[in-house]
Design a protein around this ligand. Structure first.
Ligand SMILES: [Mg+2]
Length: 200
């Protein structure tokens, strides 16, 4: 099978890190469970200038490398790879973040997972002249059987694959979301993702 895996808040605990950074930078205490919006400027009540600095800080290599692995992610993915499944990590991070992002995967035993940067969120404003390793037209030529994603903003990238099973990693910012169709399943952890893939 071909499996799409999102990076932030699927493989690693990005939002928990941003929660700590918001305290350090702005004295704003928004615990993980209270991050209700995928738009972090809204969740953390930041103005445009603060949001830009916040995102720049969150994409510095030392921060990207410090993200904690979401429990079970590398074990489950390596189990898939050992059974011959094809894994593509498709992140909305800009290509300027590629090297530390690749490094983090390698450091966490995911050397065999491919990594692509796709402009999912139009976030190029916070890193000037950012580019992405995967052009949209090339992304749309790719085919997947299963996707693991936490962001409702990314669901539009699945519309062209009517058979795709989408496993939505349960996060506070996607709990209110109405899924586009019955191919979507909420999964609370990597054990339930593994079980859902085994059933497929
Ligand atoms: Mg994500």
């Amino acid at each position: 099978m071909k499996i799409y895996v999102d990076y932030d808040d699927c493989l690693c605990e990005t939002a928990r890190s941003f929660s700590r950074i918001a305290v350090e930078m702005f004295g704003k205490n928004v615990p993980y469970e209270d991050i209700k919006y995928f738009e972090l400027d809204r969740s953390f009540d930041l103005d445009e200038e603060q949001y830009e600095r916040f995102m720049m800080r969150g994409h510095e290599p030392e921060i990207l490398l410090s993200y904690e692995e979401t429990p079970g992610a590398s074990d489950v993915i390596n189990g898939w790879i050992s059974r011959g499944h094809d894994i593509s990590v498709i992140t909305g991070r800009p290509y300027s973040s590629y090297e530390p992002s690749r490094q983090w995967l390698d450091d966490h035993g995911l050397q065999k997972a491919k990594l692509y940067c796709l402009n999912k969120y139009g976030r190029d404003s916070f890193i000037r002249n950012s580019d992405f390793s995967l052009e949209l037209e090339d992304y749309y030529k790719m085919d997947f059987d299963i996707a693991v994603e936490d962001s409702p903003k990314a669901f539009r990238f699945f519309e062209h694959l009517p058979e795709l099973k989408v496993l939505v990693f349960d996060r506070p910012w996607n709990r209110e979301c109405v899924f586009p169709n019955s191919n979507y399943t909420r999964c609370c952890d990597w054990a339930s993702i593994r079980n859902a893939v085994n059933r497929n």
